[in-house]
Design a protein around this ligand. Structure first.
Ligand code: PTJ
Length: 254
């Protein structure tokens, strides 16, 4: 489908197209389509922009990754479909390894996602797992010793709550990007970036390039989640004042 640039929902429709294309190419799982829809809903509630709670978390995440010994970027089907170039840019600037690590693992999907990176001249881990994340069933546990297994900091966008908990149980510092501030992953991670994936990664590249633009002290993830929930509540209250004139779907800044 060709989405005209003039369409008021252009950005959102383009992301949807990328997920559909990714599904057709065999990168995205069936459940990835549902996960994307859930993300769209929360982005709608947030206002489709990076809010202060996300900016603070993005800054802190960049700081933590920079200070890490073996930071790893864990990539799943949705991430590959939506943001392969952004992943490469951030991993390059922050010296991160990239590992394909799937929740609904099939060897074919791992290979296809890895090929997306190889086609751009980037090697990734994940095709030959030689370790397991303890406490998870077989396929979901598979990872590489060089990557996720030995990582001190892991960036796991759009992740499942169980695996986030399992990574934390291994003593890792876990950073997630998740538009739902109520998800188990959001509540389990050390840093939760409540922002849309492509916006968050572009911001993180900016902060990594220009650390002076970031100033975070005493980071508290519970406070960040509380800020996100309060933002949604207050935004909905404002919109409820004049629902028909709010232009909810074309004026997300409201
Ligand atoms: O490719 P696989 O097999 O590893 O599977 C990937 C999915 C995403 C299907 C799998 O990890 C999954 O089922 O995830 P969940 O439990 O649905 O969680 C995904 C979370 O990401 C949800 O809370 C969504 O709201 C959120 N989300 C979806 N799209 C985006 C998003 N957050 C940020 N940016 C998005 N574009």
């Amino acid at each position: 489908m060709v989405v005209p640039k003039s369409h008021p929902r252009y950005e959102s429709l383009m992301k949807r197209e990328r997920i559909i294309e990714g599904f057709k190419k065999g990168l995205v799982a069936y459940a990835g389509l549902i996960a994307h829809g859930r993300g769209e809903t929360f982005d709608y509630l947030i206002g489709e922009r990076t809010c202060e709670f996300a900016r603070i978390a993005e800054c802190e995440a960049v700081k933590r990754i920079k200070a890490a010994k073996n930071p790893v970027f864990s990539v799943n089907g949705n991430v590959a479909a939506l943001a392969v170039d952004e992943v490469i840019a951030l991993a390059r600037i922050l010296n991160m390894k990239i590992e394909v690590n799937l929740f609904y693992r099939t060897e074919e999907r791992v290979r296809k996602i890895a090929e997306e990176f190889r086609a751009r001249g980037v090697e990734v881990l994940g095709e030959a797992p030689d370790a397991k994340i303890p406490g998870l069933d077989h396929a979901r546990a598979l990872c590489t010793r060089e990557g996720i297994y030995s990582a001190d900091v892991v960036l796991v966008p759009l992740e499942d709550g169980d695996r986030t908990q399992a990574l934390r149980n291994m003593g890792k510092f876990v950073i997630t990007i998740d538009l739902n501030p109520m998800s188990r992953t959001a509540k389990t991670a050390d840093i939760t970036i409540v922002d849309e994936l492509t916006r968050a990664l572009a911001n993180m590249v900016k902060y990594a390039e220009n650390p002076d633009s970031c100033n975070t002290t005493n980071y508290d993830n519970n406070e960040i989640l509380a800020m996100a929930l309060k933002h949604i509540k207050e935004r909905l209250e404002r919109l409820a004042q004049s629902p028909s004139s709010s232009g909810l779907n074309t004026n997300p800044q409201l």
